[in-house]
Ligand binder design. Structure first.
Ligand SMILES: Nc1ncnc2c1ncn2[C@@H]1O[C@H](COP(=O)(O)OP(=O)(O)O)[C@@H](O)[C@H]1O
Ligand SMILES: [Mg+2]
Length: 413
């Protein structure tokens, strides 16, 4: 599926195993290359993290705290995120190289902007400097007493789908779409962040690391152990996000893979070979037995939503990834042209920064606690993924695995 579909939309930018994907127009020069090419005047020189004054902690990153900080030279607010390094002698892990490559080559108004890469006092401390966004949608939604208006949900979804469409056109799957990875500015702009699980994909079938994506937003094929999944996993997450924005509550808040599948089956009907050919061949298909459940209860769950809204939800939450709607198709869905029309970003409401809110604010600690548990799970997914990738590739620039470097760089994309 992904082959034909992605190939038609981005044939010109298809990467090959040997050849890296081309940078998007206007992409920044690769900052990390600066370290190795000091003589090239074109390349930016790495700055020091001491050029930034930490203001406060705004997020718990998987490998370190994310800080709100100020550039001492310009006064500009930024977010500082520590990049994972694998012990001094092993250098930069392949997953961090991937994260950086995606951040450097992908530029879009709805993707958070990487401004610089800076170094700390220790050999292994490298920080990413991002534009600062006052909200993360996870914390924001948990603090709102009622859901966004539907026109606002449409505005947010259009921005999210534009970002996802751009990534897929550039052969990148994000693999961790969820509310806490969506940032929101005071100008009503949504910015996708966190490329810790992102990777380039190929137009032909390839095996990828199983078990990616934080549980609540994980597509059924990934839950069932697929390794040959496609960028359609991101569209399932978009369906979960649309539903969550509409009702201010996560759609599938399961704590285990089995609970997730049973929640899906209860709402959408149980998957079977008729609606999803190939289901029984998935590695874990026999591990989870779901009782037959023939009904789809989306209409009952979203009684206010128009038929076209229900249709879009159903197309995003389609079990068979081959039949799931693409980001480009979703952007053209009639839901976005019927009333209420999507609000323009500049007319979106503004809120006091969720990063500045006390933990006790909002709809009670319960929602926050639940999301924090889910976030902790997401960090576990990411750590496991990084270990698995390290075992497969070794680290990129450390001496310990220098002999593996050419093969690793060839397979990086
Ligand atoms: N540019 C940014 N502006 C404001 N907050 C940010 C920014 N980047 C990250 N954050 C906050 O830090 C949290 C963790 O950052 P993220 O990149 O998602 O790291 P992790 O890989 O650990 O999930 C985000 O959920 C968000 O709350
Ligand atoms: Mg994150």
């Amino acid at each position: 599926m992904s082959s034909t579909r992605a190939a038609s939309s981005a044939a010109a930018s298809a990467p090959s195993a040997q050849q890296p994907a081309p940078a998007a127009a206007g992409a920044a020069q690769p900052a990390v290359a600066a370290a190795g090419s000091a003589e090239d005047p074109q390349l930016p020189v790495l700055d020091a993290v001491s050029d930034y004054e930490k203001i406060k902690r705004i997020g718990e990153g998987t490998f370190g705290i994310v800080y709100k900080a100020r550039d001492k030279r310009t006064g500009e607010l930024v977010a500082l995120k520590k990049l994972r390094m694998e012990r001094e002698r092993d250098g930069m892990p392949v997953t961090s190289v991937r994260e950086l490559r995606v951040l450097q080559t992908c530029r879009h108004p709805n993707l958070v902007e990487l401004k610089r890469v800076v170094t700390g006092p220790r050999l292994d401390s490298v920080f990413l400097v991002f534009e600062y966004c006052p909200h993360d949608m996870g914390k924001l939604v948990d603090s709102l007493p009622k859901p966004f208006h539907e026109s606002e949900v449409k505005c947010l979804m259009q921005q999210l789908l534009s970002a996802v469409c751009y990534l897929h056109d550039h052969w990148v799957m994000h693999r961790d779409l969820k509310l806490s990875n969506l940032l929101f500015t005071h100008c009503g702009q949504l910015k996708l962040c966190d490329y810790g699980l992102a990777r380039y994909f190929q137009p032909w079938e390839e095996a990828y690391t199983p078990g990616v994506v934080t549980l609540w937003y994980r597509a059924p094929e990934v839950l069932l152990g697929a390794e040959h999944y496609t960028e359609a996993v991101d569209l399932w997450s978009c369906g979960c996000i649309l539903a969550e924005l509409l009702r201010n509550d996560p759609l599938f808040p399961g704590r285990t893979e089995a609970a997730m599948l049973s929640l899906m089956s209860g709402l959408l009907g149980a998957p079977n070979d008729r609606i999803w050919p190939g289901l029984r061949d998935l590695p874990l298909a026999h591990k989870f037995s779901l009782p037959p459940q023939p009904y789809n209860y989306l209409r009952k769950e979203f009684p206010q939503l128009s038929d076209s809204g229900i249709d879009l939800l159903n197309r995003l939450l389609t079990y068979d990834p081959e039949k799931r709607i693409t980001a480009r198709q979703a952007l053209r869905h009639p839901y976005f042209t019927e009333r209420p029309l999507p609000r323009l970003p500049e007319y979106m409401p503004s809120f006091p920064s969720a990063h500045d809110a006390a933990d006790s604010e909002g709809r009670g600690g319960q929602h926050r606690q639940r999301r924090e548990m889910e976030e902790a799970h997401g960090r576990g997914v990411k750590r496991r993924y990084q270990m698995e990738e390290r075992d497969r590739f070794g680290d990129a620039f450390g001496d310990a695995h220098a002999h593996k470097r050419p093969e690793m760089l060839r397979r990086l994309d």
